[in-house]
Ligand binder design. Structure first.
Ligand code: IVH
Length: 382
């Protein structure tokens, strides 16, 4: 093959693999087998290796990560990364609603979203390409974790279509799905490492790892929920996120427009029960005024927007008394210590027993019978 043909082949493979990534990770409609996908990826890796002049920092081959040692550079956020005010009951939400009606009248609608329990990330795209990924940090500046974020398969490196904004930031939450979390903790315990307390800690720990090839093995995922740019995509936040979906971002399908607080409460009540059936953790709901113009009129306090608020579900962490420890022998002969606890209500269930994984964990935690212990629900109960 001459150089021109090689370049064409590389370009074709890149766009084909990106297309398959989108179908597999975002749209959930894979059209080729994993085997065929791997073959194409290997072919592209080989071509890129042999022809370094055609390197591209957004090639899908970079998803597998590299082993170079990075020190995270601090990057100042172009738009400060604020958090949300919290509410814990309907009364506090009604107060929020009243404040909004007082400021902008009654002609508006809310978008209700899930509050993903992971770690916040800001992604900057220029000319349709991912150029930077920065953690929240202190809200003013965060860690540049771009190579690590590039290993997250559902985050597009290059956008789809041609109507994306020339430059924008999109924010979202990096999380670890329950299945991945459970697998990871099992492996850690088997290797005598202490397990992560919950998927959130696992996600935030993973995104800060030094080697991006290790991050790639953590199979993180990311939902996007907030645009920041000098020119808007659309006046409606919900429609802007629809656009984001078209460009290849993973946007939650569990979003709902609401005209009244009754509809907002219905959404919250529904998810308070239904969350246990989700394959990832949420810790509440987020309620946002949909119109960007109205968001703008409402503005921000020094800490958070006046146009959005979170509603936090009841604690997923409670404490109780450790009554005794049993040792269970599994099918393979492995011994697992199990804590018998004073029954305690946690996220809709009563917890009486919890795995302590192995003897090392007991020793590390220095747990003793009669101690008061925290019980936390992650993907599994710990
Ligand atoms: S919107 C200006 N939407 O919860 C604030 N945040 O303390 C824009 N989060 O910082 C944030 N799910 O890390 C928004 N659907 C969602 C969210 C969400 C989770 C996180 C995010 C935020 C924190 C609020």
């Amino acid at each position: 093959m001459d150089k021109k043909a090689i370049q064409q082949k590389i370009t074709a493979l890149r766009s084909e693999l990106m297309e398959h990534n989108l179908k597999y990770y975002v749209q959930n409609i894979p059209v080729i087998s994993d085997y065929d996908f791997d073959q194409k990826m290997k072919e592209l890796q080989a071509l890129e290796m042999e022809n370094p002049e055609f390197a591209d920092t957004n090639s899908p081959t970079l998803r597998v990560g590299n082993d170079s040692n990075q020190n995270f550079k601090q990057i100042k956020h172009k738009y400060p990364m604020l958090s949300l005010g919290n509410t814990y009951n309907q009364g506090e939400l009604r107060d929020f609603d009243n404040r909004i009606r007082k400021a902008i009248g009654d002609d508006f609608r809310y978008v209700c979203e899930l509050k993903f329990d992971g770690t916040a990330i800001g992604l900057t795209y220029k000319g349709g390409k991912l150029v930077q990924a920065v953690t929240r940090g202190d809200g003013q500046q965060g860690d540049n974790v771009t190579p690590n974020v590039k290993t997250i398969q559902s985050i597009p490196l290059v956008l789809q279509g041609n109507d994306y904004l020339p430059e924008f930031e999109i924010r979202g939450e990096i999380f670890m799905p329950h299945k991945v979390f459970e697998r990871l903790n099992k492996k850690r315990v088997a290797e005598s490492n202490s397990p992560f307390a919950n998927p959130r800690n696992a996600a935030s720990g993973s995104i800060k790892m030094i080697q991006s090839s290790e991050v790639a093995k953590r199979h993180l995922d990311c939902f996007l929920y907030y645009f920041l740019s000098d020119s808007a995509v659309d006046d409606s936040h919900a429609r802007s996120l629809e656009k984001a979906k078209e460009w290849g971002f993973k946007v939650s399908e569990h979003m709902k427009l609401a005209k009244s607080m009754e509809e907002v409460f219905d959404f919250i009540n529904y998810w308070e029960n239904e969350r246990e059936n989700l394959p990832y953790d949420i810790d509440g709901c987020v309620i946002k005024v949909d119109s960007l113009k109205q968001q703008n009129d409402l503005g921000f306090t020094s800490k958070s927007p006046r146009w959005a608020i979170s509603y936090k579900f009841k604690a997923e962490r409670v404490h109780t008394k450790l009554l005794s420890i049993d040792f269970q022998v599994g099918r393979t002969g492995a011994i697992t210590p199990v804590a018998n606890l004073e029954p305690v209500a946690l996220a809709g269930t009563t917890v009486k027993r919890a795995s302590l994984h192995n003897a090392d964990v007991i020793q590390n935690l220095d747990v003793r019978i009669g101690d008061r212990v925290f019980v936390e629900k992650g993907g599994e109960i710990i």
